[in-house]
Design a protein around this ligand. Structure first.
Ligand code: AMP
Length: 502
């Protein structure tokens, strides 16, 4: 089982099918992609790289990302995609931790030479082309449990851990897309707007399986006008988008009266999508959304909230479902458990556990962390949630985000959902601040919509009209924006630090 077999299969079937694009510009057919990947694999072998050796990708989003990925797998190597927004010092830490032998970079992301590498190749230089020009070699066989991708978790605190994703994990993830997200065909296209080192890039696998087109925006990032243009020119177009990206697309569509016609499926996840936001997205852009919940440790596969669920407005529990992350995806079991790992009754809040073929093999050279995360075959996600009787999972918060005030548990998400429906509110993050009387006090950081002034008393009245008195924020901080990491996740640790600092 080698993921690169998918490239060999599609390229044999249809070598002239356009595969890789830079914006609307075709750069390789499936036949050329396979030939270049096999050429790169030959150069790896000639240089003495052995199956299982690690190769780092530290590049901005680029069509050649996919050549290196598949070339490395062809040779049986393990890819280590590193978030292009990391500081070179952080990337060096990952290179050292993974004991990588080679790295493929773009000079904008990696302007200088890393230490401890045997070779660093800029993919925009003739040296890269030379590597691909080698005569192709046959593909290296991989066992299902051999590692394909070392995924360094984004983490909002501490050093990242290398999640070991196997060929089986990623093969299962790819097939699951067709069942739980969208039955893609060779007529479809995917655009990589979010970082390819993360979920967006992982979705290259199902689109490769389908023989679809892979488009990297010429801007290399998230420009709503460009994405709408690509959808028009190259649709049916799908993409993975964090909720912040969805918001930008919806703002753009609304402000410019832009048609969303060319977009097929926008898969959102990675951070909470509030009910008010997805309702607006559906209203403005139509039934193009599917939500997934997963984490690096079970990539893109935990639960999914399908298009049909989002569209079923007549269902008596529709409102609750909109605020949920959906039901277990096909290859996994999802359990909400107490500290002993036993399943809790429907409605009770506990830690979310996942078991199945997408769950990682463990953390790279970190048996302690692996033993803490995987117990009796279940992955302990660190997310808190509750299942309803139909199997819909509603996330409450990461276990560490829970606020305990005066002995009562308060899930920030619940308060955030309410505040987001207050007039003039654009974004919210609720955290706990140390409090001598209550242990912790609820504090809301609120970003007003442009041109709006927010008053704490009005926000307070809004909360009081909808949630228990003890849950409402004791304090409101009106701010221009929220601190976020490179994937658009709000950095609650940073907000807590601010509260302690002042
Ligand atoms: P990462 O491993 O960086 O992809 O982060 C995974 C974490 O993001 C999960 O453990 C959740 O806390 C959060 N997350 C992922 N998907 C969702 C979602 N659909 N809704 C809310 N939070 C999510």
């Amino acid at each position: 089982m080698n993921l690169a077999q998918q490239l060999a299969r599609v390229s044999r079937l249809d070598p002239d099918r356009p595969a890789l694009f830079n914006g609307t510009q075709p750069v390789a057919t499936y036949g050329e992609w396979a030939q270049r990947a096999a050429g790169l694999a030959a150069s790896f072998a000639a240089a003495g790289l052995n199956p299982g050796d690690r190769v780092v990708l530290f590049q901005r989003n680029h069509p050649r990302y996919l050549e290196v990925l598949l070339g490395a797998w062809w040779a049986g190597l393990v890819v280590v995609p590193v978030n292009a927004k990391l500081h070179p010092g952080e990337a060096q830490w990952i290179i050292d931790n993974a004991q990588a032998r080679w790295a493929f970079v773009t000079s904008d992301v990696a302007p200088s030479q890393f230490e401890a590498l045997e070779r660093q190749v800029d993919i925009e230089t003739p040296a890269y082309e030379q590597l691909l020009a080698a005569g192709p070699v046959s593909m290296v066989h991989r066992a299902p449990d051999d590692i394909a991708w070392l995924f360094y978790t984004s983490g909002t605190t501490g050093r990242p851990k290398g999640v070991m994703l196997t060929h089986r994990n990623l093969m299962t993830m790819g097939l699951t897309y067709f069942v739980d997200v969208d039955p893609i065909t060779s007529q479809d296209a995917i655009v990589y707007a979010a970082p390819m080192s993360h979920g967006a890039g992982i979705y290259a696998i199902p689109h490769l399986m389908a023989g679809a087109r892979h488009i990297v925006p010429a801007s290399g990032g998230v420009e709503p006008a460009e994405l709408f243009g690509l959808a028009k020119a190259a649709g049916p177009l799908s993409m993975f988008a964090a909720p912040t990206i969805v918001k930008r697309l919806v703002d753009h569509a609304e402000a410019h009266g832009e048609s969303s016609e060319g977009f097929k499926t926008i898969v959102y996840g990675g951070a909470p999508m509030y009910a008010a936001d997805i309702e607006r997205a559906l209203r403005v852009m139509g039934p193009r959304f599917v939500q997934i919940y997963g984490q690096g440790e079970t990539p893109m596969v935990g639960t999914a909230l399908a298009r049909a669920h989002l569209a079923d407005t007549a269902h008596p529990r529709h409102a609750a479902r909109m605020a949920s992350v959906g039901v277990a995806q096909t290859p996994v079991e999802v359990r909400v458990a107490g500290a002993d790992g036993q399943a809790l009754p429907a409605g009770d809040i506990g830690e979310v556990l996942v078991r199945g073929d997408t769950v990682m093999a463990g953390y790279w050279r970190n048996p302690e962390a692996t033993a803490a995360a995987i117990r009796d075959g279940w992955l302990w996600t660190g997310d808190m949630g509750a299942l309803d009787a139909d199997g819909f999972l509603t996330l409450k918060d990461r276990s560490k985000d829970l606020i305990i005030s005066g002995g009562s548990n308060i899930y920030p998400r619940e308060v955030e959902e309410v505040l987001l429906t207050a007039p003039g509110v654009a974004e919210v993050a609720v955290v706990g601040a140390p409090d001598p009387e209550w242990g912790e006090a609820v504090v809301a950081f609120v970003v007003p919509q442009t041109g709006t002034t927010l008053e704490a008393f009005a926000l307070d009245a809004h909360c009081l009209s909808q949630i228990a008195r003890f849950k409402r924020p004791k304090r409101y901080e009106i701010v221009d924006g929220l601190p976020k990491n490179n994937y658009g996740k709000v950095l609650k640790t940073e907000l807590r630090r601010r509260l302690i600092g002042g």
